[in-house]
Write a protein that binds this ligand. Structure first.
Ligand code: IPM
Ligand code: MN
Length: 377
């Protein structure tokens, strides 16, 4: 029997609750499809940080490198300054493992209500491939007060290293700045991944940028054009991100594979989550095809709902299905997604966000029951 060891970080807020349901459902799928999962629990998150001062140490990251996939709930807590846990744990993992692809399916499952009333599961079914390590996320920014100042800024990556020397001479009281950067290698690899993905899909790649204002994205377009030349059978279109936001709502059926720089992908996938029914239904995978990947719901830790059994665990369960697919358990993965659809459309087990009154654990119980009793898929 195949045995998978999967590190799990429940994290903060509703994270541990939704992860519990994910584990429950994946355990059911493992039973039916004859494999085994050993969960390796990690305590990282706000409590652990407040108790020990550790966000996530190099030692821990090195240890995680042994595994192919990590399962994550959510990080973020009101007791800690915004950004500390997000950067110190979530982005630390994405960057350390060079998870350069952030894949986020936008798919309306059977039985889920979307504000786009006249669009159904056929119209809302595409994937966003978000570049996940560059752009305005490289962590280079700061403030400078009136006068002269100088900063040395380093970006050290496996793929390359870049140094910026920044001389500031300012007569403003104080300025804040951020340096965005995309590299040829970093852009090329994520775009190539999108074109490969399009091969087994509808052969249509749509790119989002803001090349009319931000020159870094002219470079994005150039790289995309050069990669596209290797895939003459794939239809390509370029879009400005603001227009893309409009098309997501107006004509979601146009899209197949949407490829974006980091920040625009972050924004567009929250919009994508809404058209697929809400944050409770939006999973994501942070992928390094050769290394350690991480699967998580795209929602945050929702501290307001922590411990109340109200959170919808479907995004996390679906992220677990993506994790299994990544490990090679395609059938088990499809069965989980089918069982999610059944639990909503046939069995009517709905949490508060869907207008129901079932608890977080009821949803996991129901989906696991469907898998064990009548595997669909
Ligand atoms: C996401 C989140 C993160 C991001 C934050 C928490 C750093 O919004 O996964 O979409 O911006 O990538
Ligand atoms: Mn986001």
């Amino acid at each position: 029997m195949t045995m998978y060891k999967v590190p799990v970080i429940g994290g903060d807020g509703v994270g541990p609750e939704v992860i519990e349901e994910g584990k429950k459902v994946l355990r059911a799928a493992a039973e039916v499809y004859d494999f085994d999962i050993e969960w390796l629990d990690y305590p990282h998150g706000a409590n652990y940080y407040l108790e020990t001062g550790e966000l996530i140490q190099e030692d821990t990251l090195r240890e995680l490198k042994k595994y192919k996939a990590i399962y994550l709930g959510a990080v973020g807590d009101e007791r800690v300054k915004p950004g500390v846990l997000e950067k110190g744990i979530l982005l630390a993992i994405r960057f350390y493992f060079d998870q350069y692809i952030n894949i986020r399916p936008i798919r309306l499952l059977e039985g889920i209500w979307t504000p786009l009333k006249n669009k159904g599961p056929k119209e809302i079914n595409f994937k966003v491939v978000r570049e996940n390590t560059e752009d305005f996320y490289i962590g280079i920014g700061g403030r400078a007060r009136k006068g002269l100042s100088n900063y040395e800024l380093d970006i050290i990556r496996e793929l390359y290293s870049v140094k910026f020397g920044l001389d500031i001479d300012s007569d403003s009281d104080e300025i804040a700045y951020q340096v965005g950067m995309i590299s040829k290698e970093g852009t090329e690899r994520v775009i190539r991944y999108s074109f490969e993905l399009a091969q087994s899909s509808k052969k249509h790649v749509s790119s989002a940028d803001k090349a009319n204002v931000i020159s870094m994205y002219e470079f994005w377009r150039e790289v995309l054009e050069s990669v596209a030349a290797d895939y003459p059978d794939v239809k390509v279109d370029f879009n400005y991100v603001d227009a893309m936001a409009m098309w997501f709502v107006k004509n979601p059926e146009w899209f197949d594979i949407v490829v974006t720089p980091n920040m625009f992908g972050d924004i567009l996938t929250d919009l994508g989550a809404m058209i697929q029914g809400g944050m409770g239904f939006a999973p994501g995978g942070n992928i390094n095809p050769q290394g350690t990947s991480m699967f998580e719901p795209i929602h945050g830790s929702a501290p307001k709902y922590a411990g109340k059994s109200r959170a919808n665990p479907i995004a996390t369960i679906w992220a677990g299905a993506m994790l299994l697919d990544h490990l090679g358990e395609k059938e088990a993965s499809n069965t989980i997604v089918g069982a999610i659809e059944q639990s909503i459309s046939k069995c009517n087990v709905k949490t508060y966000d869907m207008g129901g009154s079932f608890k977080t654990s009821d949803v996991g119980d129901e989906i696991a029951r469907i898998i064990l009793e009548a595997p669909v898929g």
